[in-house]
Design a protein around this ligand. Structure first.
Ligand SMILES: [Zn+2]
Length: 401
């Protein structure tokens, strides 16, 4: 994000919805909006959330988790004086009025749900900012939700609404990672090179499952990416190697194998890249090593699931082969690190907040409509008191991860 795109001396009421924690100067994932009086929080290290931070950052401390702090140093070279790492699972007093607790968001490494408790004259109000989150039922057991055995009242949930539509019913993560309908893995007589699309961080669990399924196979990653993986406290970090000849499973940058069809829910493979990659991997092998005959790309995403269900074979993993050249194929795997629609509803039903503020709204989307999906689950008495004025105006981001 260039400095030219940032907005200077913004006041709190000029921020887009979902960025400011009411009654405080805290702003979450809002680094394009500058004001030295803001208290900046970064929920996790994905570009659509940290956009605006550069090595020249000087607008005050950035509060984040310990893993995210390492990434700010290593990837963005943010000056140490501006990085404030916070522990996980422990409440921390930011000042006399505000306490925050970071809880694992089951998104990428270092991603956290931020629970803010804000003192007012009469009471303490609780705000839950999800950043990006993949809800799991075990999150209901977090001790932070309870005081003296009772659920603490939540005023607002700022919800990761990336998949906030009843059409998004992709399976739970463990269903996907435990699936055994992976034909390429079973085709041992072929020399298949597996190429897995990933972001800078995120979806490492998919790689771990592949490694385990293949008998603790090591996985190739670029030296740059290996350095980043070493910062993430992954218990399985030793499966990643920097030598491509040591593995038939390679991690590659998201977007290389293809992209989503604009405006749709289908994946458009980049067969040219797939062939080039296969040729490159084979060029590294010495003459006495059998060459790879096939390439299987693996794209973990929740976006294509509904299209797959309607048009696919019923398999959990949707395979597309290059017409006429079936040594190249791409598997779309419905693995997501965002909550599906049912999980979003379950989370809101559990917390019963007074209101839900969507943090991800499509360019043509409607935040009021998204919030409406939860209207039967919020605490209507508290909602009525709060009112709904001006909740759903402003600028929105669209998260395509
Ligand atoms: Zn994210």
């Amino acid at each position: 994000m260039s400095a030219a795109k940032t907005k200077q001396n913004i006041s709190l009421n000029q921020l887009p919805p979902g960025k400011n924690i009411p009654g405080t100067a805290i702003v979450v994932d809002a680094f394009k909006y500058r004001n030295p009086d803001f208290l900046y929080f970064l929920s996790h290290f994905h570009q659509d959330h940290y956009g605006g931070i550069t090595k020249n950052w000087s607008d005050g401390p950035i509060y984040c988790s310990q893993i995210t702090a390492r990434l700010l140093r290593h990837v963005l070279d943010v000056p140490e004086q501006y990085i404030k790492s916070l522990p996980q699972n422990e409440p921390v007093d930011l000042n006399a009025e505000c306490r925050v607790t970071l809880m694992d968001a089951n998104h990428c490494p270092g991603a956290h749900v931020l629970i803010f408790d804000v003192k007012t004259d009469e009471s303490v109000k609780r705000y839950v900012h999800c950043g990006d989150m993949r809800y799991e039922a075990r999150m209901k057991c977090w001790p932070s939700w309870f005081r003296d055995g009772a659920l603490v009242d939540v005023e607002t949930v700022f919800l990761d609404t990336t998949y906030c539509n009843p059409r998004y019913k992709f399976p739970k993560q463990d269903v996907v990672t435990a699936a055994d309908d992976t034909p390429p893995l079973a085709q041992a007589q072929r020399r298949t090179l597996f190429v897995v699309a990933t972001y800078t961080i995120g979806k490492e669990k998919v790689l771990h499952e592949i490694s385990t399924a293949c008998g603790d196979l090591c996985i190739y990653t670029s030296p740059d990416k290996k350095e980043i993986l070493n910062l993430l406290d992954l218990p399985y970090a030793n499966i990643f190697v920097r030598e491509p000849r040591e593995s038939s499973v390679h991690m590659i940058t998201w977007g290389k194998l293809g992209e989503m069809v604009p405006g749709g829910w289908r994946f458009l493979p980049n067969w040219g890249f797939a062939q080039e990659y296969l040729d490159w991997a084979n060029s590294l092998l010495s003459d006495d090593v059998p060459k790879f005959t096939h390439l299987a790309g693996i794209v973990p995403t929740g976006w294509t699931w509904e299209f797959q269900k309607q048009h696919g074979t019923g398999s959990l993993f949707h395979c597309t082969m290059k017409p006429g050249q079936e040594h190249l194929c791409i598997y779309e795997v419905p693995y997501s690190e965002h909550s599906n629609f049912e999980e979003l509803r379950e989370f809101v039903e559990f917390l019963k907040p007074a209101r839900v503020v969507p943090t991800v709204v499509g360019k043509s989307g409607n935040a009021g409509k998204l919030a409406g999906y939860f209207r039967d689950l919020v605490d209507s008495r508290k909602s009525f008191q709060l009112g709904f004025n001006d909740l759903f105006a402003g600028e929105w981001t669209f998260n395509f991860s």
